[in-house]
Design a binder for this molecule. Structure first.
Ligand code: UT7
Length: 329
């Protein structure tokens, strides 16, 4: 007997959710000024392109945001949650040390039994999760996967460190990925280099009933910036080669939304017209693993990205991790 494996996996629906509290640069600057910390709308916009970010209310968790995004993605895919056989949540800010936010999303969706786990690759998490789910579908381990990027980075920000706290926000994005006769995910590639653990990390942990070390985010911004620019172009080109496509085939580039200068630099290196760059960093800030699915859903719902378009996703993050995926929507 021969088992027929699906040749492809394809995104059939997207969804996202932002907590309602939208904080402008001016409002954040005012909050920091109360602690004697100086920043300004001008500095933040000029160096990063960020104008707003959303912060979750006290008590709202990663799985709460992920659940909202998931409901929207499932509705868009016309997919009954009972049919899911895989849930992956990409996050660095889960509700608890364990169990996973994915198990909590599963419970909130009212489905039981399917595989559910969190994936931790910081800002590259969504590209990692998409690539893992694609592989699981292609080997026949899953056929309908819910992939979520969800973060409450506001919980790990040091509001006394102006070099990091102005950059990040909270939110969630999700896609439904299904086994398909027609191509969807064309190629993907993942990388990590643990020599750079220290340049972007939350060095604390929980032990003996206490927090050990510092539980707030630390980043050497300029070092991350340099590494990001140097790896993103290479991984995007490698994925294009694997898929047998060229730069000219890319309709839309959705990079991890960290800094508009990094995003524009990668678009230029790929010789893409500026309008092909999908940017939500101005409205969302850096939402880590949520940034790419948030931007994807935003562009799909705006009618900018349409069925059949070819989209390049690329991300970098703590670890140091990076990766890219090329897909036909
Ligand atoms: O999501 C994971 C990936 N993360 C990233 O991709 C982040 C990558 N890095 C970056 O986006 C940029 O490096 C930053 C936005 C973090 C910083 O921009 P930069 O152009 O590299 O600035 P810088 O760190 O070299 O700082 C320039 C100046 C410094 O002052 P001096 O030393 O020149 O007097 C900083 O102290 O800007 C100062 N500064 C600020 N001033 C006002 C740093 N943060 C602020 C601030 N407001 N919030």
């Amino acid at each position: 007997m021969t088992i027929k494996l699906p040749l492809h996996s394809r995104i059939t629906g997207t969804g996202s959710f932002l907590p309602p509290n939208r904080v402008s640069n001016a409002a954040l600057a005012e909050r920091l000024a109360a602690d004697g910390i100086e920043t300004s709308d001008e500095w933040i916009v000029e160096r990063t392109g960020i104008r707003f970010r959303h912060f979750a209310a006290d008590g709202v968790t990663c799985s709460d945001l992920g659940f909202e995004a998931a409901k929207r993605a499932l509705a868009a895919a016309d997919c009954d949650p009972q049919a899911l056989d895989l849930i992956i949540v990409a996050t660095s800010t889960p509700d608890m040390v364990f169990p996973s936010a994915a198990c909590m999303v599963q419970q909130k969706l009212g489905v039981h039994g399917c595989a559910a786990f969190d994936l931790q690759a910081v800002c590259s998490g969504f590209v990692y999760a998409l690539s893992v789910a694609d592989a699981m579908i292609k080997v026949g381990t899953a056929s309908k996967a819910l992939i979520i990027g969800s973060e409450v980075f506001s919980r790990i920000l040091d509001f006394k460190d102006r070099t990091t706290c102005v950059l990040f926000g909270d939110g969630a994005g999700a896609v439904v990925l299904e086994a398909s006769e027609t191509p969807g995910i064309l190629a993907s590639e993942l990388h990590a280099d643990g020599r750079y653990v220290d340049i972007l990390c939350v060095p604390g942990t929980v032990a003996g009933g206490h927090v050990l070390g510092d539980p707030l985010l630390k980043m050497d911004g300029p070092a991350v910036f340099k590494l990001a620019v140097s790896v993103l172009d290479g991984v995007a080109r490698s994925v294009l080669a694997k898929a047998g496509r060229s730069e000219a085939d890319i309709d839309w580039l959705i990079p991890h939304q960290a800094n508009i200068r990094i995003m524009q630099s990668t678009a230029r290196k790929l010789k893409l017209a500026p309008h092909k760059l999908i940017a939500t960093v101005d409205r969302h800030g850096n939402t880590s693993a949520a940034s790419i699915p948030l931007a994807l859903d935003d562009a799909v719902r705006a009618g900018t990205i349409r069925p059949g378009d070819t989209v390049m996703l690329e991300a970098v993050g703590g670890g140091f991790t990076w990766g890219a995926a090329l897909l036909d929507l």
